[in-house]
Design a protein around this ligand. Sequence first.
Ligand SMILES: Nc1ncnc2c1ncn2[C@@H]1O[C@H](COP(=O)(O)OP(=O)(O)OP(=O)(O)O)[C@@H](O)[C@H]1O
Ligand SMILES: [Mg+2]
Length: 327
Amino acid sequence: MARYTTTDETWIRPDEDAALAYGTRHKEYKRRKAGSREGVAKRSFEANPDVQRWLTEARDAEGAKAPFTPAALLGRRDGEWLLSSLSSFYEQDMIADVLREVKSGKEATVFCCTGGPACASELVAAKVYRPRMFRSLSNDVQYREGRTVRNESGKQVRLTGKGVPSRGSTKGRAFQVSSWIDYEYATQSLAYSRGVSTPRPYAQVGNSLLMEYVGDADMVAPRLCEIDVDRGEAQDLLDGMIQSIELLLGGHRIHGDLSSYNILAWQGRPYIIDYAQAVDPRHGDDARILLSRDVVRVAEALAPFGARVDARAVADRLWWAYLGQPV
Ligand SMILES: Nc1ncnc2c1ncn2[C@@H]1O[C@H](COP(=O)(O)OP(=O)(O)OP(=O)(O)O)[C@@H](O)[C@H]1O
Ligand SMILES: [Mg+2]
């Protein structure tokens, strides 16, 4: 048997070389045999404390990543789901650790994480959709709300036809939810690129979105529904929001669920979040109604603090200006 040194790689290789030497006819058989031997030997080999130390030293020397085991996820019932949902961000150096849960919403849980070297933010927010969202539940709240499936360009997708899983099946459900998440990320990226006041999006993998964290190490930015605002600040926030709605509309999107629950306020600036219900006015009949509802709700949220605007007139102005653009 081959002698082995510090890494399991050098240990495996001699067996494989030997197997290859027998020629192609028995190659597959030998490869499998070597694989199973390797499995047994590797386990006992790695269990040895000296080898453990060598492996750690070799890994440190190579600068390889330590396994992803954030303490904040330990002991959670959904720990495994979260770990698998976030590990690719860790592998891609976009997060370094998970610090704490920020909030559990209707569909997803948001975590505060430290940004990795591949992220420009010290703190990042990871929004992880729950497994329940991917199951087929006939009475699910999302069905009742009638959320539609949209493709990258905002066009409604019909869940019928060859190769498309049926809407009621678990597969169809997963397809539908993934399309919402892709679309949410694409909309937030578009918003950010157009200068909308929104957290900078970093990545989306499967059921998870990664973006700039609004807040600091001590506290998360409050939602507009949770705070009192000074009179002057209220007017600035409202003006900033209307500007953002206009910028988003110029990119053919309406948020569709804008309210004091989906706006964070931090250092005098509003941050729009949660683009899951966004619509493309080129493809939706109710676009004008949704635009008006967004403007009215924002105005209503800030009115108690003295911010003034004729919300319906603003919505009309934005709409006609939008239609005046080449579509
Ligand atoms: N980038 C962020 N920075 C800081 N906190 C955030 C960020 N994104 C989301 N949050 C927090 O997480 C909460 C839930 O986020 P979001 O609204 O996107 O998810 P949701 O599942 O739709 O929740 P809800 O059902 O409450 O609307 C927000 O209300 C906010 O408190
Ligand atoms: Mg929300």
